[in-house]
Design a protein around this ligand. Structure first.
Ligand SMILES: C[S@@+](CC[C@H](N)C(=O)[O-])C[C@H]1O[C@@H](n2cnc3c(N)ncnc32)[C@H](O)[C@@H]1O
Length: 259
């Protein structure tokens, strides 16, 4: 069974999840609006993290709708206070959603972490009612090795994060494979898009990268992927305002409808 590589008890995890949401939610909201989320919809938000999209869904499906927010760590979604929200502490690999029930199932930056990603994708599709919509958004994290002016240190830290993830069963290129994977499930009316930002080191947007490196730093050092001095220098380079531009992970978004 999949083991989530990131340690949820890490003190900075809420801030890290919020920074991922700040970077990726604007596009997610655009897709959700275009997909027509409306009052009365029954939605599932899987791997809900800090809960920003669960909150958006609760506010858009109204009192007649329902939002089921699932995560193996529900500390942050439990802080949300909506009468139409149901929080479930649930491992989506071993405890699938109910079949044939949901108008919308949304999942973002989760499947790449799961060895059973294709099986889970099938289960998410099975959870849709006929005509229901799946929106799945997954990253290709290889892009974080690219910066300008070139920095061997930042490229090394990006490669170390990808390598550590891969050793833990993460598919760091899953974003690129997402559309064919969703097409295989038989969903109709497929669409896709992707988001990639070039961000400046030291800007508020670069915090996701520095927090992820900080979070993984002891494992990266233990595995000999970088020395302690290199990790410290890379963290400083990511946090200190400079002219250096670095790519975020590419987030690929795919949607489709159950026949
Ligand atoms: C990278 S975060 C993404 C959070 C959120 N979807 C977002 O994009 O901001 C992945 C989330 O999935 C949760 N998670 C990891 N493995 C899971 C599993 N097997 N079942 C349910 N949730 C899981 C983690 O606890 C974490 O909150």
């Amino acid at each position: 069974m999949s083991q989530y590589v990131l340690d949820q008890t890490w003190e900075g995890e809420k801030e890290r999840l919020e920074s991922i949401a700040a970077l990726t939610d604007p596009a997610t909201v655009r897709y959700l609006e275009a997909l027509g989320v409306k009052e009365g919809w029954r939605c599932a938000e899987v791997g809900a993290g800090a809960g920003s999209i669960a909150r958006w869904l609760c506010e858009h499906v109204g009192a007649s709708g329902r939002v089921v927010a699932v995560d193996i760590d529900t500390r942050f979604i439990e802080m949300l206070d909506y009468s139409n929200l149901e929080v479930r502490r649930q491992n989506i690999v071993s405890e699938p959603l109910e079949e044939g029930l949901y108008d919308l199932v949304h999942v973002k930056i989760l499947l790449l972490h799961l060895r059973e990603r294709e099986q889970v994708l099938q289960q998410l599709v099975a959870a849709l009612r006929p005509g229901g919509t799946l929106l799945v958004e997954e990253s290709d994290i290889r892009s974080i090795q690219t910066c300008y002016p070139p920095s061997p240190l930042l490229s090394k830290s990006g490669a170390a994060i990808a390598s550590l993830f891969e050793r833990g069963g993460v598919d760091s290129a899953y974003g690129l494979k997402l559309l064919p994977a969703v097409a295989k499930t038989g969903l109709k009316n497929l669409g896709s898009d992707c988001q990639l930002s070039a961000i400046q080191c030291g800007s508020p947007q670069s915090i996701t990268l520095s927090l992820t490196l900080e979070h993984l730093s002891s494992k990266i050092i233990q595995m000999g992927l970088m020395s302690q001095q290199e990790v410290e220098a890379a963290l400083q380079a990511l946090r200190q305002p400079s002219e250096t531009m670095i790519y975020t992970p590419i987030t690929v978004s795919v949607w489709g409808q159950r026949a």
